[in-house]
Write a protein that binds this ligand. Structure first.
Ligand SMILES: NC(=O)c1ccc[n+]([C@@H]2O[C@H](COP(=O)([O-])OP(=O)(O)OC[C@H]3O[C@@H](n4cnc5c(N)ncnc54)[C@H](O)[C@@H]3O)[C@@H](O)[C@H]2O)c1
Ligand SMILES: O=P(O)(O)OC[C@H](O)CO
Length: 363
């Protein structure tokens, strides 16, 4: 009999819960995986006094982050992080990116050994002195394991009700491991393709959240579809330029995968970053993103505002703000240095630039 893989999902928010549902439907069907899927829950007490983990295990539903959807009886919620991962040899990381440094620190020495592989569904990055550190790199370096990524045009609530979508698995060298992740996630309504460009895939998923903030601002200012399309075009150029400057190995073709232009479009049309940024602009920037996030998302988290800050840190460290006017303006609006209307004022004067021999230049 061949090896059987045990899967743990680290995270149980909106996408984390849908990922657990997708995986659990497959582990029941595929003989190379154990049926049971563990899901680590960041424990919280619900308004009726019950623990979220208990409710998930009793009702098979994440009533806070994915109400109305059954996860599959083989999903077992566990509030103890160390216990949830201890027997797993396939770890799926899917928490808001700001919590990953702490989670990785807690997991050092707690996973099964060198028989473990990971995948990150997290759209975000950390910034270190040396520059950006992708979350997959953080996981690989801290835990000493190979880490792929899965990104795409994946609004979780749509996949939860089994509407068709595509996703991209980014991998470094181990094609067999990538293929295992493809098998674990693929269903008739979720079509997953592997691409050998882990940084390209992950940067697409990360940077599109900054462009989504810009798209939401444009919606809040009622600028219309042409302006929004212009923002998406300029945003895509900046995504590509930033990615290739940071990681010259990033491939142009990656931007045409689900993780690239497709995710950019869906996020700018229907994502949470867009929604909260729209409210921010409608309020003339007078209510903070934190306040609007808490009110509109009820515990779910935005990634675009902190990613804009992280990108800005990299740009200002290198004196590149002028080369990335959209990224720079989004951050300055988020922190109140510029009004929401600056998102269209800058665009009228936005310089075009191209990549020449690995550096960005105006033309
Ligand atoms: N929701 C989507 O449609 C979607 C789709 C694709 C990718 N993603 C990405 O997936 C990642 C996770 O997003 P999500 O939608 O599953 O989460 P979410 O925003 O719905 O939920 C927030 C989660 O964070 C947890 N949390 C709160 N405080 C915490 C702490 N201190 N430590 C650890 N966890 C804490 C909450 O319990 C909850 O599970 C993000 O990077 C997001 O960009 C989301
Ligand atoms: O709702 P958002 O803005 O966090 O975007 C969700 C997904 O990343 C879309 O693929």
């Amino acid at each position: 009999m061949g090896k059987k893989y045990k899967v743990t999902v680290v995270g149980s928010g909106n996408w984390g819960s849908v990922a657990a549902k997708l995986i659990a439907s497959n582990t029941l069907k595929l003989s190379s995986f154990h049926d049971e899927v563990k899901m680590w829950v960041y424990e919280e007490t619900l308004p009726n006094g019950e623990k979220l983990t208990d409710v998930i295990n009793q009702t098979n539903e994440n009533v806070k982050y994915l109400p109305g959807i059954k996860l599959g009886k083989n999903v077992v919620a566990d509030p103890n992080l160390e216990n949830a991962v201890k027997d797993a040899n396939m770890l799926v990381f899917v928490t808001p990116h700001q919590f990953m440094e702490g989670i990785c620190k807690r997991l050092v020495g707690k996973i099964k050994g060198n028989d473990v592989e990971a995948i990150s569904l997290i759209k975000g990055m950390e910034v270190k002195k040396e520059g950006p550190c992708m979350i997959s790199t953080l996981i690989s370096e801290q835990l000493g394991i190979n880490c792929c990524v899965l990104m795409g045009a994946n609004i979780a609530n749509e996949i939860a009700v089994e509407k068709f979508s595509e996703a991209t698995v980014g991998y470094r060298e181990d094609k067999e491991a990538a293929q295992r992740w493809v098998h674990l996630f693929s269903t008739h309504y979720f079509l997953v393709s592997p691409v050998q460009d882990v940084e390209g895939v992950e940067l697409c998923g990360t940077l599109k959240n900054v462009v989504a903030i810009a798209a939401g601002l444009v919606d809040g200012l009622e600028m219309g579809n042409n302006t929004k399309a212009a923002i998406m075009r300029i945003g895509l150029r900046e995504m590509r330029a930033f990615s290739k400057l940071m990681f010259p190995s990033v491939r142009d073709s990656t931007f045409f995968e689900s993780c690239g232009v497709a995710d950019l479009i869906t996020t700018c049309l229907g994502g949470r970053n867009r929604r909260v940024a729209e409210a921010f602009a409608r309020n003339g920037g007078k209510r903070s993103f934190d306040e609007l996030e808490a009110e509109l998302l009820q515990g779910q988290k935005l990634q675009g505002v902190s990613t804009a800050r992280e990108v800005y840190e990299v740009l200002s460290h290198r004196g590149w703000q002028e080369l990335f006017p959209l990224f720079t303006t989004v951050h300055e609006i988020c922190i109140g240095r510029l009004p929401p209307s600056a998102i269209v004022e800058y665009s009228e004067h936005a310089p075009n630039f191209s990549l020449v021999e690995g550096s960005a230049q105006y033309y």
